[in-house]
Design a protein around this ligand. Structure first.
Ligand code: FDA
Length: 508
């Protein structure tokens, strides 16, 4: 029998994918979304959809027997990670040699596990990174549209100044100021009204109960509540979960790459990770929103196995980790950060205009339910190094080529900033948190970007060059760095590109 046909298919359900699904649905195009993870809407035996952070169970991580949290130790003790049963949990850590990448799995992608920080990049840096994109239109139309659709809001300043839940942020702000450094408030998609009611004891706690990397049971406007809910409401969009796209090829082997549409090979997974069926689906328009790693791997595999041999040589190139470095400081005993900490960051140290070492450092929470005198940071640095992916035929997977020494510019920038803060406050770094007595965790990222860079692997709107009906819509378009937390940029860029694609390729 002929393979089932969908006029449009979107692979993945993170930011880029969710924008594509909504805009296709609104244009009247029947659209199938294929997501390898679960739909997170059903409570477990404890009455909660997501598991607790300090006692993670199988819901925490993607098919693991043990959790792999970013902060692995405390006082050098292996007290953080737990044994778990393999299950399609919500957070994955993809380990490639010298670099590990955290990603969300499930309907909503990264929005299910991230810190919700909704930051618009400084305009000069946006133009430096993506010179081919009209900044006027981005800052006038698409960034505001993305923020509105994502439900971005800001913490009430007077509540922030008085609540014990943000003492950790205020302490870090004071320490930065002593070094002559300014901080900025950062918007978020977590509902701050809900958070205040959590603090008042009126509603069940989520951000104030340590929840974030393994999912928030309340309060967070993740994509399943915003873009994806709107997409489903068009009546044109359907989502199939536990459906991992493995391969793509042109439907019409006689024609040129993709003119006759595409055939997808889709593995249907059960909750044990077993492939229960392998289906083929044909589509006229294929939107890749599987994230920087997922999209790049699918296209690289298609090119290197000869399914789509004419995909641009730039596919697989231009990858970066947004300069991520995590670090922590040990405060004096009189500088308590508080046993109570909200998991949603609201302040950043802004030293992006530093001429030698630009850094935007998120003041990160470390909620352990006890006073630990630690100030934690996720520094975003400007690192000119880029990695690339190669296809490994033996494992039929993409390998990231990124070496430890490529982190040097990031570590140097973070060291410069935090040495300055430590000098001004008479404090030191913590080196018991990241393993190996390291002060700087430079072996993982939350912000994978690039692999199918806009204007290089694709045209200026994400169309795969020379392949009609094949589009890239996610973080793989952003060339490795954006200077701030990336999801607002990924969303706004997808809005810009989809508007053009719907006008020209679908309605036009
Ligand atoms: P995204 O990764 O969101 O979605 C891809 C989806 O595709 C996933 O659901 C995946 O399961 C699915 N998929 C992959 N391969 C597939 C296949 N072959 N078949 C079917 N489905 C497939 N950013 C920010 O701006 N502010 C913040 O505070 C944070 N904080 C943060 C914390 C943590 C812990 C993480 C891991 C990440 C962040 N981020 C962040 C980063 C942010 O979440 C990230 O940049 C975006 O989710 C990327 O959006 P994309 O659309 O590129 O893909």
């Amino acid at each position: 029998p002929a393979a089932p046909h969908a006029p449009a298919v979107v692979i993945g359900s993170g930011y880029g994918a969710a924008v594509a699904a909504l805009r296709l649905g609104l244009a009247g195009v029947p659209t199938l979304v294929l997501e390898m993870g679960r739909l997170w809407d059903t409570a477990g035996p404890d009455g909660k959809v997501f598991c607790p952070t300090i006692t993670p169970d199988r819901r925490s991580m993607w098919f693991r027997t043990r959790t792999e949290a970013p902060l692995s130790t405390f006082l050098w003790l292996d007290v953080v990670n737990r044994r778990i049963d393999p299950y399609p949990g919500v957070l994955d850590r993809v380990n490639y040699g010298d670099m590990s990448v955290y990603v969300g799995r499930g309907v909503g992608g990264g929005s299910l596990v991230n810190g919700g920080m909704a930051v618009t990049p400084p305009r000069p840096y946006f133009s430096e990174v993506l010179p081919g994109v009209d900044a006027e239109a981005m800052y006038g139309t698409y960034f505001p549209r993305a923020r509105r659709m994502l439900g971005v809001n800001e913490v009430d300043r007077s509540w922030f100044e008085s609540t014990p839940w943000y003492r950790f942020s205020r302490v870090s702000r004071t320490h930065a100021a002593r070094a002559g450094l300014g901080t900025v408030f950062v918007p978020n998609v977590y509902d701050f009204d809900y958070m205040r009611r959590e603090a008042a004891g009126e509603v069940p706690r989520s951000a104030l109960a340590g929840e974030v990397i393994y999912g928030n049971n309340h309060g967070k406007r993740s994509l399943d509540r915003t873009y994806l809910a709107a997409a489903l409401a068009t009546g044109r969009v359907t989502v199939e979960t536990m459906s991992r796209v493995r391969a793509l090829r042109p439907a019409n082997t006689g024609g040129t790459g993709g003119a006759g549409g595409y055939v997808l090979t889709v593995e249907r997974l059960d909750l044990s990770g077993r492939v229960t069926a392998v289906d083929e689906i044909t589509t006229g328009r294929l939107f890749l929103g599987a994230g920087s790693l997922g999209t790049t791997e699918l296209l690289l595999r298609a090119r290197e196995t000869g399914a789509l041999p004419d995909l641009d040589p730039e596919v697989g190139r231009g990858w970066g980790h947004n300069g991520n470095v995590m670090t922590a400081r040990a405060n004096h005993l009189w500088d308590t950060v508080g046993a109570q900490q909200s998991t949603m960051p609201v302040l950043g140290i802004d030293d992006w205009n530093n001429p030698t070492h630009p850094v935007f450092a998120e003041i990160a929470p470390l909620p352990m339910g006890l006073e630990h005198w630690i100030s934690l940071y996720l520094a975003i640095t400007k690192n000119p190094e880029r990695g690339h992916f190669t296809y490994d035929a033996a494992t039929d997977s993409a390998r990231l080529r990124w070496t430890r020494d490529q982190n040097e510019p990031s570590v140097a920038a973070a060291r410069s900033l935090f040495d300055r803060i430590n000098r001004a406050n008479g404090t030191i770094h913590r080196y018991d948190l990241f393993g190996g007595n390291r002060k700087f965790a430079d072996d993982f990222t939350y912000h994978p970007l690039g692999g199918c860079v806009l204007g290089r692997a694709t045209d200026g709107y994400g169309r795969a060059k020379g392949h009609p009906g094949l589009y890239v819509v996610d973080g793989s378009l952003v060339p490795g760095s954006i200077g701030v937390n990336p999801f607002v940029t990924i969303t706004a860029l997808a809005e810009r590109n989809m508007e053009r694609i719907v006008q020209e390729d679908i309605l036009g």
